[in-house]
Design a protein around this ligand. Structure first.
Ligand code: 13P
Length: 343
């Protein structure tokens, strides 16, 4: 494969010891929801100003290997005119780009979704390479409910992810493949394990079918956990044991690394669960973070209170959460440390 050496190098850099990813790739619709919740108008200049807070946070590179951008964001610059991707590159962080076009209704399968975005993807990837992107992300959504997920939904998403991953590697961009099993619902952890295991197996079958280089890609996984509305919530120990076992059974050892989404878990909960997994240890791949909400929630809240005055406070909060996640990715976090929260 033409770009194999570079793909393997970048994939390793993404999951380097003590490092993880910040997902700042909310689509405009998702950003609208997040901004509405804190009372900030979701206009382009506010989105740009908020992303600048993240991108320019001092010392973020100590804990963060890369930031995932949305199409609008990768084209934006700081107030002083420096493109965000150049700011990252100067600090030794990697710019990433979300390239899927969202989850749409899956034909003949009410309540299930398939992620779109393959048409024209080769050309879009070429443009993102020119804009500095080193890795990409594609998110598939698997929902647990009555009689779902169906194999039709799992297979359609797995196939699309494999074709996306192949196009990325052809373009010299490391694909992050994200089959998210949603936390919404009242299902048990056991049902989440079943859905996650079939999703992962199908995904890696399809990736093999498209000859995707596993050493040059990253899995973005959801944790195996009981549904948010389940009567019995999962403890960090349960989440860690179920998730690590499920990954070991379904994910080939050759993969460069696994990063997790937070999926609506609280920031401390997502940190603690990651920490527990890394305390179990002995996985063939690094296990680290690629959180959006579990890192950004307290940052956005603080910034929104006073966008012109609270930039430094918001950045200190961002650095603190990133540091906690970094420690968790090494099994060195403890809930006690939360007492040192700056605000
Ligand atoms: P959350 O951590 O908020 O789940 O977001 C991660 C992500 O990138 C979802 O695609």
């Amino acid at each position: 494969m033409e770009h194999a050496t570079e793909l393997m190098r970048v994939a390793k850099q993404v999951v380097a010891l003590g490092k993880g990813i910040i997902a700042a790739d909310e689509s405009t619709a998702t950003c609208q929801k997040r901004f509405d919740a804190v009372g900030v108008p979701c206009i382009e200049d506010n989105r740009r100003a908020y992303r600048e807070v993240i991108v320019t946070a001092p010392h973020l590179e100590d804990y963060v290997s890369g930031i995932i951008f949305y199409d609008e964001t990768i084209r934006q610059s700081t107030a002083s005119g420096e493109p965000f991707s150049e700011v990252l590159a100067e600090k030794g962080m990697l710019p990433g780009i979300k390239v899927d076009l969202g989850a749409k209704e899956l034909a003949l399968h009410p309540g299930e979704k398939v992620t779109e975005g393959l048409d024209g993807l080769r050309d879009r990837l070429a443009e993102y390479v020119a804009l500095g992107a080193k890795f990409a992300k594609w998110r598939a959504v698997i929902e647990i409910g009555k009689d779902i997920p169906s194999m039709a939904c799992i297979r359609a998403n797995a196939h699309a992810m494999a074709r996306y991953a192949a196009l990325c590697q052809e373009a010299g961009i490391v694909p992050i493949v994200e089959p998210e099993v949603l936390i919404e619902g009242d299902h048990t952890i056991e049902r989440c394990r079943e859905a996650t295991a079939s999703t992962l197996k199908s995904t890696f079958d399809e990736l093999a079918g498209q000859d995707v280089l596993l050493e040059g890609m990253i899995l973005k996984a959801s944790m195996v956990i009981a549904g948010k509305k389940a009567a019995k919530q999962s403890t960090p120990k349960e989440v860690a044991e179920y998730t690590v076992r499920c990954l070991k059974e379904s994910v080939p050892a050759a993969l460069a690394g696994v990063v997790f989404l937070s999926g609506g878990q609280g920031d401390e909960q997502a940190t603690e669960n990651l920490d527990e997994m890394n305390r179990i240890g002995k996985t063939p791949w690094p296990l680290t973070f690629s959180y959006s909400r579990a890192i950004q929630n307290p940052v956005l809240k603080l910034w929104a209170q006073n966008p012109s005055a609270n930039v430094i406070k918001a950045q200190e909060t961002l650095l603190f959460r990133a540091k906690m996640c970094s420690l968790a990715s090494q099994g060195k976090y403890s809930a006690e440390m939360e007492k040192q929260r700056p605000y």
